[in-house]
Write a protein that binds this ligand. Sequence first.
Ligand code: RI2
Length: 326
Amino acid sequence: MTEDSSERVVAAVDDTAADIASMEIRGAATIADAAAGALAAQAAASSASEPAAFEAELKAAARRLYETRPTAVSLPNALRFVLWDMEGETVDALRESVLESARSFREDLADAQDRLGRIGANRLRDGDVVMTHCHSTDALSCVKAALDQGKDVSAVVKETRPRKQGHITAEQLREWGVPVTLVVDNAARRYLEDVDHVLVGADSIAADGSVVNKIGTSGLAVNARDRGVPIMVAAQTIKLHPGTLTGHTVEIENRDETEVLADAERERITGGDPDDPEFAVENPAFDVTPPRYVDAIVTEHGQFPPESVVTLMRELFGTDVGQPWE
Ligand code: RI2
């Protein structure tokens, strides 16, 4: 529990927030699922005796989770879905409503990924080769559905510096029996000659159809366009960033520089001065791919040209979503 007894946040929320921040829990869909689960844990363990105190606890828990990673909009969208449905005159009724909305949100999330996968699989033909970047469960669900349809698919998997999350993709694909060629990021252009699709996920999608995804996606998309390889983005609608409808921009997370350069390597470069003012390392986790480089955004509601996701966004979120944890 945190120290402020008027807004007690249970350990499960603190643990989930810490795991999201450290990327023990990562991937936009997985983060959303964990955040909804943490709100349910808060509701289940709350000892609040008054409805107002219960609501304050839930909002404090949501704030704690919200502050962990700024770019993946699935996190605030998950918190919104659960808190929007919080209603009742008593603590028990409020608790029940939170548990129920978290449960149905998590169920819908898994279902949306399956539906998205089946739609994305229609773009893949028997014998196709996909190139992946980072690790996206939404992107992989398209491959899985294609395999389930009896298609042979193979993959060129980009390593994805700095955290090499391409390894997670390679491991999953091998488990499914997909032949994998792992390449360093710099080799992507060379291997684009051999692939039929670039298949990536998304952390946020803006109202103009720009795709925010793991750093390196935009360069890959430009190269793919130059090579004539279609770029397909697999993203459930919880990746749509409603704030961009009203002019907000998507914040790009900068992560610790030790993900790029170990302390010993830094010391070698700077001649032993760990605080060399003339040497900097930057580690932006995401970049923005303009809509003109994206061929299709595949969601659980169908496939969209990037420029038309704004219509879907308005339908699903309206224009004034707010931050119910404030
Ligand atoms: P799913 C990841 O970010 C990658 O950028 C990936 O494309 C995106 O989340 C979506 O993942 P990070 O959390 O929701 O690894 O499709 O920084 O699993």
